[in-house]
Design a protein around this ligand. Structure first.
Ligand code: PMP
Length: 301
């Protein structure tokens, strides 16, 4: 039976419910995280990837949104491990912490409204394909930090994602790429973007209204260890059309190679060699198969 942690206790997920009058349901006033745990069959255990980094970002999102999750980062990490321990998963899992304005009040403000915190986890394989996707540059723009803070993972922000990704799907694409209001490349619908040109990895800077992705950091680290230079700078739309390789990275997306963009082939139209090397390295690292990256993982004993 799926479990949730809600209102300071573990209970069946179906009992972790809220009223339709809940502030966050009406106004999008919540913050969340997406965390993955990978099952290592040889060791018969789950490894949670970058647990602390996710809850530290969660804390920062909550700070921006004036939400008090009512638990310290350490407590939230402990509850997450306990939630997984109780469910004895033997497969890859996606973990969803959520903190939100919980009172049933009709008043648009972030002040003086009680917050609640929950965590639940569901089995999850690939969220989007990892063998090559076709994307379109969206007509929807990535939200502006001065409109809805883009570096906070705010529930209401995902209207932006839903609009873009729905258009992309209905037009026959796998995902959408957002530009900023200035016309620079920002990111995928729920993943950060990397471009490879002449052996160098290039990714938009954090002030391009992107989510400060944890996988983005991980990939910068791995690329560095594999000897590929990485730079952050503004990227123009048409640079994507002439890139040698393109790929999306995210907790859900993992490493997802882009093989076509706006009906143009990326490189050879197949996964690029640098992308493939990074993807292989990432997939091994997250399952605890590379000793030097084991410290990124929290085992569920
Ligand atoms: N951008 C957005 C908008 C996202 O929702 C996500 C997924 N959390 C990412 C980027 C990737 O971030 P991370 O690697 O931390 O999962």
């Amino acid at each position: 039976m799926p479990l949730a942690y809600f209102k300071h206790e573990f209970l069946p997920l179906e009992q972790a419910t809220v009223s339709v009058a809940t502030h966050a349901l009406n106004y999008g006033t919540g913050c969340f995280e997406g965390i993955r745990a990978y099952y290592n069959a040889e060791e018969d255990r789950l490894f949670i990837l970058k647990l602390r980094e996710h809850f530290e970002r969660f804390w920062r999102s909550c700070t921006i949104m004036r939400i008090n999750p009512g638990h310290s980062v350490e407590e939230m990490m402990e509850r997450t491990v306990e939630l997984l321990r109780r469910q004895e998963f033997r497969q890859d899992v996606y973990i969803r912490p959520l903190a939100f304005k919980a009172e049933p009040v009709i008043k648009v403000t972030l002040d003086g409204i009680r917050d609640e915190f929950a965590i639940f986890a569901v089995p999850m394989g690939d969220y989007i394909p990892t063998t090559g996707i076709h994307v379109m540059v969206s007509a929807w723009r990535r939200l502006e930090d001065n409109a809805i803070p883009s570096r906070a993972k705010v529930t209401g922000s995902y209207v932006n994602t839903a609009l873009a990704v729905t258009d992309a799907h209905l037009s026959g694409f796998d995902d959408a790429i957002f530009l900023t209001e200035q016309g620079h490349v920002a990111e995928g619908s729920a993943a950060n973007l990397f471009m490879v040109r002449e052996g160098t990895l290039i990714t938009p800077d954090v002030s391009e209204n992107i989510l400060e992705g944890i996988t983005r950091q991980t990939i910068m680290h791995l690329a560095n260890d594999l000897g590929y230079p990485v730079i952050t700078r503004a990227i123009d739309r048409t640079e994507l059309y002439i890139a040698d390789e393109l790929f999306l990275v995210g907790t859900g997306a993992q490493i997802s190679p882009i093989t076509q963009i706006d009906h143009r082939m990326v490189g050879t139209g197949r996964i690029g060699s640098i992308t493939e090397r990074i993807q292989t390295h990432y997939n091994r690292a997250v399952r605890g198969q590379i000793p030097e990256y084991r410290h990124w993982l929290t085992p569920v004993e």
